[in-house]
Ligand binder design. Structure first.
Ligand code: EPZ
Length: 421
């Protein structure tokens, strides 16, 4: 297993290109199942999770090819005749459950393994299942698989989500494009990835309104056609790299960055004393040297503070001037980076979903272990400003969601290298 070595090396200055969004692409790819015609995705990120989704779709009978070193992906499902999403693939990635809705819409049948829990939580699928039952599907759990049947096809329905689930919103929106009648999702997720998926489905001929708000209306159509769609910029990668100069001081421009992608995150970062401005090519982040101010964080569905940036913000608060409280409301176990940061000298007290961080002058480099995707990058960020050397092991977590971290940070002056195991 590879490791990444980071050494504190003073201010970062330079430009970082932001890739297409992993979490948008993982929802866009299964949309190919909704049509017999090719779906082309441009600005696709080159990540292991994207490869995993490609393997899953191929196991369902789709064809997935890529051009331009993986940045352009061409998906075709004219031969996709297998409704079974096997545990061996699904267990590797929770987002595999996003084939459930498209399979139901295409075949009137789906057999999808439950993903099982993951490092950050149990991650049940009750919201997905309840929604599809409201649309006429009969779903039962057998041998760890969801067996879903809608032999006469799905019917439009009014659906109330008890939680604004991103995946359930995506799954239902995709399935509803081919349902008979109109589907309304109340308390829908509002993340930018939802809008990006709706844009792609509309390019394919779907009739969708209200995406980006809490109420989405989908008018079912007979069929969808092929399309070409650019994957929206990755707001979590964007937020992650916006934090880098806040750790080290310096000035970094994020190409393709947009403030509207990040909701409350930018407000909290400015509250901490970091300067954010828009440029012709994206966003520029400037922080003179010195400690940032401690700020309190509560993770919430978009447009609140993103849970996927909580670990990275906690790492920054470890050397902030003051005490900050971070409340994680989305997942039940998303503080696994805390003990690793404590190894670097951080002062963090975790009580349930609340973490209290007392800022110290500087962290000290240490060997640490990545436990999940966002925790891994928070340790790298912490290493950028720590005294001495930080060795982050198990960086396969990192490769799920971040392209070429070493290159992007080295280009701005970071001392960072990957050590092949
Ligand atoms: C998406 O996961 C993202 N993944 C996650 O990013 C992100 O953290 C999450 O949304 C929240 O923003 C992808 O888009 C591929 P949810 P998803 O359904 O769809 C509970 C990353 O680091 N829930 O909004 O699985 C669930 O247990 C990943 O890139 C139910 O209880 O998130 C969780 O506590 C991590 N029942 C909360 O809702 C359900 O049926 C949020 O889940 C569904 C969800």
């Amino acid at each position: 297993m590879d490791s990444i070595i980071v050494r504190g090396n003073g201010p970062l200055n330079g430009v970082i290109p932001i890739a297409g969004a992993k979490n948008a692409c993982l929802a866009l790819m299964p949309a190919t199942l909704l049509s017999d015609e090719p779906l082309t995705l441009t600005n696709a990120p080159r990540l292991s999770d994207i490869k995993t989704m490609g393997v899953l779709l191929e196991s369902l009978g789709a064809e997935v090819s890529s051009l331009n070193e993986g940045r352009v992906m061409i998906l075709s499902s004219h031969g996709a005749d297998n409704p079974l999403a096997h545990y061996d693939i699904v267990r590797k990635m929770r987002a595999s459950n996003l084939v459930l809705g498209p399979l139901l819409a295409r075949h009137g049948k789906a057999i999808v393994s439950l993903p099982g829990g993951c490092a950050i939580g149990a991650r049940p699928m009750d919201i997905h299942v309840t929604a599809f039952e409201a649309m006429g599907a009969v779903i039962e759990l057998k041998d760890g698989y969801l067996h879903a049947d809608a032999p006469g096809g799905l019917k439009g329905a009014e659906i109330d989500f008890h939680f604004a689930s991103v995946g359930a919103t995506e799954n239902v929106m995709m399935a509803a494009t081919l349902a008979k009648g109109t589907t309304v999702i109340n308390n829908a997720a509002r993340e930018p990835e939802i809008i990006d998926l709706a844009d792609c489905l509309r390019r394919m001929g779907a009739q969708i309104d209200g995406d980006g708000s809490s109420t989405i209306t989908i008018q079912g159509v007979e069929s969808l056609h092929g399309a070409t769609h650019p994957v929206v910029a990755d707001r979590i990668e964007l937020g992650t790299y916006m934090l880098a100069p806040a750790f080290t001081g310096g000035e970094v421009e994020l190409l393709g960055g947009r403030r509207d992608l990040l909701g409350a995150f930018c407000d909290r970062l400015e509250e901490a004393g970091v300067d954010i401005s828009e440029t012709d090519s994206g966003l520029k982040v400037v922080h003179k040297s010195g400690r940032v101010r401690a700020v309190n964080i509560k993770t919430e569905p978009y447009p609140g503070f993103p849970t996927d940036l909580q670990a990275q913000m906690m790492a920054l608060m470890c050397t902030a001037d003051g005490v900050s409280v971070l409340e994680e409301t989305i997942f039940e176990n998303r503080f696994m980076h805390a003990p690793e940061l404590v190894r670097m000298g951080a002062q963090i007290d975790v009580q349930g979903g609340m973490a209290t961080v007392t800022g110290v002058e500087r962290l000290r480099g240490a060997p640490v272990m990545a436990t999940d995707l966002r925790a891994s990058v928070s340790l790298i960020l912490a290493g950028l400003a720590a005294e001495g050397e930080t060795v982050v092991s198990r960086v396969y977590h990192l490769d799920r969601g971040y392209e070429r971290v070493e290159e992007k940070l080295s280009a701005c002056g970071a001392l960072i290298e990957r050590v092949k195991a």
